[in-house]
Design a protein around this ligand. Structure first.
Ligand code: PNS
Length: 164
């Protein structure tokens, strides 16, 4: 089955990469889809996010060959029906994620019949979020290992540019 891993990915974290690679082991084809949450202000543009995801996947040892990356503005279910995809896969870190994901999964199911599968986040990434990593990195904290290497360098550059 072809599935989508949707998210803001601003930027992609090592926790996201773990979900993508595990999804790629369990489903035939995975499209990582950069979509937009209108309530979140972004640090990286859509193109930058896509580029960072591609670079981060390519840098993995034994990089999976069945993952592609795309971006879409609009309702996720419209992308799914345009591409004849019936399901999505997301990571769950905690009950807080569950509370956030449940209404979206139910709404997407009501809108189009799409199923949402959840993979439990690996324990080492249970506290990792794009938001927290951005905050820590902005103030000079160490995010090595929590973010893929291409993201660490891009973020350092972005914060240096923003300070000018
Ligand atoms: O990484 P996030 O912010 O948790 O991802 C949320 C996202 C982007 C998957 C969600 O906001 C989304 O699907 N946005 C696309 C617009 C849409 O379909 N909204 C209705 C969701 S039920």
């Amino acid at each position: 089955m072809h599935v989508v891993c949707p998210g803001s990915f601003d930027p992609v974290t090592s926790g996201h990469l773990d979900i993508f690679t595990r999804a790629a082991q369990n489903w035939e084809k995975v499209t990582v889809l950069v979509t937009f949450n209108p309530n979140k202000k972004g640090l990286f543009s859509a193109e930058e996010r896509v580029d960072l995801i591609r670079k981060s996947i390519a840098a993995l040892p034994n990089a999976p060959q069945n993952i592609e990356v795309d971006t879409f503005q609009g309702l996720l279910v419209n992308y799914l029906s345009e591409h004849n995809i019936k399901a999505m896969v997301k990571g769950l870190r905690s009950s807080l994620d569950y509370e956030y994901e449940l209404p979206m999964a139910q709404m997407n199911h009501r809108l189009s019949g799409a199923e949402t599968y959840f993979l439990l986040t690996s324990p080492e990434y249970g506290y990792v979020s794009s938001t927290l990593c951005k905050e820590v990195a902005k103030y000079g904290g160490d995010v090595q290992g929590l973010l893929p290497e291409p993201v660490v360098s891009a973020m350092q550059q972005k914060f240096a540019e923003n300070q000018r």
